[in-house]
Design a protein around this ligand. Structure first.
Ligand SMILES: Nc1ncnc2c1ncn2[C@@H]1O[C@H](COP(=O)(O)OP(=O)(O)OP(=O)(O)O)[C@@H](O)[C@H]1O
Ligand SMILES: [Mg+2]
Length: 372
C-alpha cells in the first residue's frame, strides 16, 4: 500500500499542509525543529490512531487551536481516504468520509512501520521494552497471539493476587490456584511457540540486510525464555513450566509474584555471540534496529500480502556516508519509504534519482520536487 497524498490541519507546528508523495523514496529535509518528525508522526497517527511519542492529544494539536485533522489518500489496489480528527478529549476516525466506530476496522486499513530514535531502547533498554516490541509485532501479525497474550495477562494478574494471599497465610482455595496455573501454562505454550517462530523467521531475513548495510557478518537475534527450554514442542514447554512452578512455589509465595513465564522472557541482538547492548557501537546498534525494521517488511508481506509504508526518522545520523548509501541502496526497491534528514549532501546523487525531495521549514513546504 502507499500513501499518495497527505493533508494536515493544526497538527503540531503545521497550520495547513497538503503534500503529494512518491510511490518510492521520499526524503523530507530541513533544519532541526522545523517539523520533519511531526510530519512522520502525522502519518504514523493516521495509521495507528496513536502517536509513537505522545500519550495525550494535547501536544498533538497546534498550540492555541482546538482541533487537528489528518487526512490521507491511500492506494491498495484502489484508492481510499482515511481521516483522523483530534480534539483535546476526543478522537474520531473516518474511512472515505464515513465515521467508523469500530477501531479494528479502521486500523486494518493502513500498515505502517516506523524507525525512530526511541527504537534504540529496544537494544539499550530493559527486557520489558523488548517484550513490548515483540508483543506488538506479533499482535499485528496474529490476532490469536493478541488474544492469547490478553488471556495470559489476565491469568497472570489473578495468579499473582493468589500468591499475595498465600504469602499472608490467607485461606485460599488451592484447587483453584492449581487450575489457574494450568491455564497459565496452556496460554504460555502458544506464546512461546509464536515468539520462537517469529525470531526464527527474522533470523532468516535480518542478517543479510544487516550485512548489506553494516558490512558485518554474523548478526543474529536470540530468544531467551525465562525457563530453559530444550525445544519448543508443546510437551517440553508444558513440562518445563510445570516443573518450575512446582519447584519454586515457595519462592514465588515469598516474592508474591509469578517468576517464570513469557512475561519474564528476553531477546538479544548480537554479532555472533556478542550482545550489541554491551558490545555494539552506537551506529551498529542503530543499523541492527534498522535491519530489524526492514526485515519486518518481508514478514509483513508474507502474512498480509501487502507492503507497509515505511517511515524512517533521522536514520542517517550516527551512520558514516558509506553506511548511509548502503541503506538507501537496500531500500531502493518496491516500497514506499519516507525518510527525514537534516542533510542531503552526504547522500550519493545517483541514489536520489527519482526520489521526492521535500524541504520543510517552520511547518511549511519550501520545495517539493523529484530529483532527476
Ligand atoms: N502542539 C504544538 N504546537 C505548535 N508547535 C509545536 C507543537 N508540538 C511541537 N511543536 C513544534 O514543533 C517543532 C519540532 O518539530 P519536529 O520534532 O518535527 O522537528 P524536526 O524537524 O524533526 O527536528 P530535528 O531535526 O531536530 O529532529 C518544535 O519547534 C516544536 O516547538
Ligand atoms: Mg526530528
Amino acid at each position: 500500500m502507499i500513501i499518495k497524498k497527505l493533508e494536515i490541519k493544526n497538527f503540531r507546528n503545521y497550520d495547513s499542509l497538503s503534500l503529494e508523495l512518491n510511490d518510492k523514496i521520499n526524503i523530507i529535509y530541513g533544519q532541526n525543529g522545523q517539523g520533519k518528525t511531526n510530519l512522520l508522526e502525522s502519518i504514523y497517527l493516521l495509521g495507528f490512531t496513536n502517536s509513537h511519542r505522545s500519550f495525550t492529544s494535547e501536544n498533538l494539536i497546534k498550540s492555541g487551536e482546538e482541533k487537528a485533522i489528518i487526512k490521507g489518500t491511500l492506494i491498495k489496489d484502489i484508492p481510499y481516504k482515511l481521516e483522523i480528527d483530534l480534539t483535546k478529549t476526543k478522537k474520531q476516525v473516518k474511512i472515505d468520509d464515513k465515521i467508523i466506530n469500530k477501531l479494528t476496522d479502521y486500523l486494518a486499513k493502513m500498515n505502517v512501520i516506523i524507525f525512530s530514535s526511541e527504537d534504540l531502547d529496544l537494544i539499550k533498554g530493559s527486557p520489558g521494552e523488548r517484550r513490548k516490541y515483540f508483543n506488538l509485532e506479533l499482535s499485528q501479525l496474529s490476532i490469536n497471539y493478541y488474544s492469547a497474550l490478553n488471556d495470559f495477562n489476565k491469568l497472570l494478574k489473578l495468579r499473582n493476587e493468589y500468591l499475595k494471599e498465600l504469602s499472608l497465610n490467607m485461606p485460599i482455595d488451592l484447587n483453584y490456584f492449581n487450575i489457574l496455573t494450568d491455564y497459565l501454562v496452556n496460554k504460555s505454550i502458544f506464546i512461546y511457540q509464536m515468539r520462537n517462530k517469529f525470531v526464527e523467521k527474522l533470523n532468516k531475513i535480518c542478517p543479510p540486510i544487516f550485512e548489506k548495510i553494516a558490512n558485518i557478518k554474523g548478526f543474529n537475534i536470540k530468544y531467551h525464555p525465562s525457563v530453559e527450554l530444550e525445544n519448543f514442542d508443546k510437551e517440553t514447554i508444558k513440562k518445563t513450566l510445570e516443573d518450575a512452578y512446582n519447584n519454586y512455589l515457595e519462592k514465588e509465595i515469598r516474592l508474591k509474584s509469578t517468576l517464570y513465564g513469557p512475561h519474564r522472557d528476553d531477546f538479544s541482538f548480537n554479532i555472533e555471540d556478542n550482545n550489541l547492548k554491551e558490545f555494539g557501537s552506537q551506529g551498529q546498534q542503530k543499523m541492527a534496529i534498522i535491519a530489524l525494521k526492514l526485515s519486518e517488511i518481508e514478514v509483513f508481506e508474507d502474512f498480509k500480502q501487502t507492503s507497509p509504508i515505511i517511515l524512517l526518522d533521522d536514520v542517517f545520523s550516527d551512520l558514516d556516508n558509506n553506511k548511509k548509501n548502503n541503506l538507501l541502496n537496500h531500500i531502493n526497491k518496491d516500497m514506499q519509504v519516507i525518510i527525514t534528514t537534516t542533510n542531503l549532501d552526504s547522500i550519493e546523487k545517483k541514489l536520489l534519482s527519482n526520489a521526492q525531495l521535500i524541504h520543510i521549514e517552520n511547518g511549511k513546504i519550501l520545495k517539493n520536487e523529484v530529483e532527476k
